[in-house]
Design a protein around this ligand. Structure first.
Ligand SMILES: [Zn+2]
Length: 501
């Protein structure tokens, strides 16, 4: 407060590069993938005002009447989770972010602090820990000012990233409904560091533990117990914040796994004690991170036997938010073979979209759907279908995940065969909002069966309306059985949370 009263304006740079990289996926992530999902530069970042993502949260913190700051926008880029990021794409985005920082210093003098929206599980060809690389490069420009970063819940945090930042604020929730809140918190924290001319003490614990996403839901034990302990410790006097990052299992990197970062204004002992307590709560439960799932045939039979819907069939291994291609066909084939009624499946397949668009609305068309990116997500499925609709595939998130964020699925065609509707999209799109179906004229609450290509995060869209969710043991690069993955770079002594037989 005294800061603004003195007529001085705190200047805080905001930006970030956000990607969850599945190193087992066969896709390559290019700059076009960032452009197609989220890419804004300079004043363009102000378009996120009111959007409940990290940049929206940074802007809101800056606009705070008492402890706000002048925002210096740099660059924000995010791509849908996918395979290894091309080196040229990362270098280009990083170069432009740094260029904006250099220009800002030249125009208005050095910034007082930096806020970065990072994911924490990005991997670039030739750079295994790009978040640490990016923070080091930012530090080289801004010097020793407070640098605070937000992280996805699935960050594989390295000691280097922890050391190079003044605080890391990861999402507390899975499904992720709090990126905006964590970003507001990060903004307040960086402002407090500047106002106090001080940084909180910090403490980091890394566990040799990796768990599948399906076992990480934060409202369910064991993760609920760990989260409760984190919140209890965080509420103690003198604590700044605590971040628990269970990690992203599908990145074969040395920094793989569970971590805890704790920050305390009241000193090192408090930070150490909090980090130890939360890490211990996770470690004590390491054998409880198990998952229950059914094979595809059993899952479809059980879903069809339910008297009411919607039943959500969770296509775990084709988890688009985990970097899989979104063109898995095992459940689609099973639903068609068993003549399911009221079923809807979204499949990313630009070839099939083109064929449906060429045939036109109302036409009958023979398609080979999905299974084209690689051989790990089922074979292409032959389908004689009616084209129900064709659209540009645009929608805006209206639910709890990144509310207000615009999404483009690319050209989109809805086709129908018997009781099965297939939404064909040009781009793999995470099923985290009901607008994905509503924008295509499909009412999810009226469906009997919805296939969700996700692990847990689909609950942000269909969790309330689902009468039952069945996790299905499908094949793919986001398999539940982590022992199938064959890690080469991850530490050999990792505890892989077991999957029951
Ligand atoms: Zn995540």
């Amino acid at each position: 407060m005294w800061y603004t009263n003195l007529g001085m304006t705190m200047r805080v740079a905001i930006g970030g590069i956000w990607h969850e990289t599945n190193t087992f996926a066969s896709t390559v992530t290019t700059e076009r993938d960032f452009r197609r999902y989220q890419l804004a530069e300079g004043e363009g970042l102000h378009a996120y005002a009111g959007v409940r993502n990290e940049i929206g949260g940074f802007l809101a913190a800056g606009a705070d009447a008492a402890h706000g700051f002048e925002v210096v926008p740099t660059l924000f880029a995010a791509a849908v989770p996918s395979g290894l990021v091309e080196r040229a794409a990362y270098d280009a985005l990083k170069g432009r972010l740094l260029g904006r920082l250099v220009d800002a210093a030249a125009d208005g003098g050095p910034v007082d602090g930096v806020l970065l929206a990072l994911h924490g599980a990005m991997v670039v060809a030739g750079i295994e820990d790009p978040e640490a690389d990016l923070v080091a490069a930012v530090r080289a420009v801004v010097g020793d000012v407070p640098v605070v970063a937000t992280l996805d819940f699935h960050a594989n945090v390295s000691p280097e990233l922890f050391e190079s930042t003044d605080a890391l604020l990861g999402y507390d929730t899975y499904p992720h409904v709090d990126p905006y809140d964590r970003a507001v918190e990060a903004g307040r924290l960086v402002a407090a560091m500047v106002e106090r001319a001080a940084r909180p003490a910090k403490s980091f614990r890394k566990l040799a533990l990796v768990t599948p996403p399906l076992a990480q839901e934060t409202s369910v034990s064991p993760m609920a117990d760990v989260t409760t302990e984190m919140w209890r410790r965080e509420a103690a006097d003198g604590m700044a914040c605590i971040t628990t990052s269970p990690g992203f299992a599908y990145a074969d990197v040395a920094r793989l796994g569970f971590s805890v970062a704790a920050y305390a204004w009241s000193g090192q002992a408090a930070a150490d004690e909090a980090a130890d307590a939360v890490a211990q709560a996770a470690w004590d439960r390491r054998h409880l991170f198990t998952v229950d799932h059914l094979d595809p045939a059993d899952a479809v039979v059980q879903a069809m036997a339910e008297a009411a819907g919607p039943v959500v069939l969770v296509d775990v291994a084709d988890n688009i938010g985990g970097g899989s291609p979104g063109d898995g066909t095992v459940l689609l084939a099973e639903l068609l073979a068993r003549r399911a009624q009221g079923a809807v499946v979204v499949v990313a397949d630009p070839e099939a979209v083109a064929a449906a668009v060429a045939a036109g609305v109302g036409a009958t068309v023979d398609l080979m759907v999905g299974g084209k990116i690689d051989r790990r997500h089922g074979d292409p499925v032959p389908m004689r279908a009616t084209v129900c609709s064709v659209s540009a595939g645009e929608y805006v998130h209206s639910g709890s995940y990144m509310t207000g964020q615009h999404v483009s699925m690319g050209r989109t065609a809805v086709v129908r065969s018997g009781g099965v509707e297939v939404v064909l999209t040009e781009r793999a799109t995470m099923p985290f909002d009901t607008e994905q179906l509503r924008s295509q004229g499909i009412h999810p609450e009226a469906c009997r069966i919805i296939v969700a290509k996700a692990a847990i995060a689909w609950r942000a869209a269909y969790g309330q309306m689902a009468v039952r969710a069945i996790a299905v043991n499908t094949p793919g690069v986001c398999t539940n059985d982590l022992s199938e993955l064959g890690y080469r770079n991850a530490p050999v002594d990792m505890v892989l949370a077991p999957v029951p037989a």
